[in-house]
Design a protein around this ligand. Sequence first.
Ligand code: FAD
Length: 683
Amino acid sequence: MDSVDVIVLLLAAVAVLFYTNRTKLTSIFFGNDDSITVNSSSGDIVTVLKENKKNYLVLYASQTGTAEDYAKSFAKELISKFSLNVMCTDVENYEYDNLDTVSVPVSIFISTYGEGDFPDNAANFESFLNNIESSDLTNLKFTLFGFGNSTYEFYNGAAKRTLKALKSAGATLIGSYGEADDGSASTDEDYLSWKSKIFDDLKTSLNLDEQEDIFKPSFKYEVIDEKVNGKVALGEPCQEYLPRNKLPFSKEKNVFTGPFNANFPYVAPITASRELFQSDDRNCIHAEFDVSGSNLKYSTGDHLAIWPSNANETVEKFLAVFSLNPDEIFNLTPLDATIKLPFPCPTTIGSVVRHYMEITGPVSRKFFSSLVQFAPNNEIKERLEELSNDKDQFAVEITSKYYNIADAVSYLSNEKPWTTIPWTFLIESLARIQPRYYSISSSSLSEKQTIHVTAVVENIPNNKSGNPIIGVTTNLLRNIQLNQSLNEKISGPSLPCTYDLSGPRNLFEDSKLPVHVRRSHFKLPSNPRTPVIMIGPGTGVAPFRGFIRERCKMLELQSNLKLGKHLLFYGCRNNDDYLYKDEFPEYIEKMDGLLELFVAFSRLPGSEKVYAQDMLKENEEQVLSLMKQGAFIYVCGDAKSMAQAVHATLIDILRRGLQISAAEATEMLKMFKTTGKYQEDVW
Ligand code: FAD
């Protein structure tokens, strides 16, 4: 790596740090859309605990909402089982310098993202941990649970670093450290088995009395008997979009200024979209978001976060199963000042179900066990108890059938609606719908004001109750693409689901969706002479399209530019799902021999299965020679099998080519990773 690259990597790290803190600065200066003022002028966690007479603290650091969801449900159980006065909060909201004086137990839930990284919003917590000194925290008693994915090298890295830091500072771990593995799809089961033990440990260690699980709401719920007015949120992504408010705007630059981020997305028009697959049974959407009306910026290799809404069919079933009136307008008032509103209020039940609640995905056993108290009759109560206590039976009857919450509940009641589950319980128990991330497939040099994404549509034809199993965001993108296409019409039978494309108060009309940009470390070497090896099967090709467009634009702008060799190893099933097939000849011509494309087909009729890593191996001489010249290696796409197979192939290539041991080759790749010469963007 040359010194320019080191500087660029450092600048990127500083930019990420600034970016993550910017979120916090934003919420301080502009107010977080769904926050309430805490009953304290202090940002110090210990002061806020004392002022609000809390006797237990639950902290979470969440990237995609999973740690937040589990932390909140853990906190609710502490309240309902042990009558504790719990404060549950995102680590980003407070300072921890006085944690040595904390007198209440603390449970921490923390996700790991990317290469063992802390979530974006945990920058201040991470720096607190990095700077605590030994025996600073002897007062602190804590439990810790990590959310990670064992297919990544630094599995649960953030949680493990937290454990090490707290223990070395003298804090006492109650019970045992727990971790969940998304890589083996066992997050819920890992949590449940840890939780059952930790509750026993907490009972003993804190001398707690257990009582029957009774839901205690955290909000005062008021029905508002008025017509919808400008103050009522109808699913706007945040308060700033309500008619009574104005989006921050720069007259000078003639753009909305946000600042747009994970708390405040920009509602961007999709100005072009197209279907990339040619098969009847699978779809992949190319969509172009125009951000010229905003000050939203991206750089090649970043991620676009798309904020979805639920499909009509899912919303309707959910409302029907829980006997909910979508038009009811209500307001929530937190019962104590440390609790945040989960979405802008007042609002309507229908808006919450459609725009703010995660209701499509698989139902968890954790959620099932919390329903026991609301069973409409003894028979269903027994069934709920049986299923929530027996993970194998739950897997057979619920998980293997791909049931979502509404499917599972109506399966238990033989399709009869449940009238016994309070709406407030659903509000507090279901996670808020999360944005989905996409590797940007355009180049910020060539497409300054548009952001392209390449999204494969997630569909499984039918679950056991006859409903299609859909991915929320990708089917929404497909609906928009079909709506935009002149030749095709959206028709019920050909689509597994439909959406309200106009959005709240027509905010999403004309193909608009809320988006924000997430900075990524996945960046081309700054020195264009450095050779580049890209491996990206399927939609893993997305950022490489961006990289290649960037190089083509650079050549267009500087005719005498000296460019290194670029190899792209791409894999698909056959010609029907060969992404951007029509574009590659042009890129190859523009790069004049400096771009070589290797395509592996895994399902060509009459041919053997070939994968991207096989192509890599076939061309190992060239790969090794470029590695010797300091090539940067990039891998994008499937984290589970592809990234590991590529990693193993690279070790083999290094081992054979350099006559070293597998351990030495592994160490070498590790070093490449640390220095940014081997970068992964996998999911
Ligand atoms: P979701 O609603 O999130 O559903 C996820 C899966 O669950 C789907 O397969 C769905 O069919 C299934 N499902 C739904 N309901 C149930 C049920 N009841 N039971 C069991 N299963 C169920 N994807 C791309 O296509 N292109 C990219 O460039 C890309 N880049 C990414 C970059 C990053 C950094 C990350 C983290 C992910 C990236 N992804 C990319 C994946 C993407 O973020 C989404 O996860 C993916 O598109 C699915 O989103 P969705 O909302 O359509 O599906």
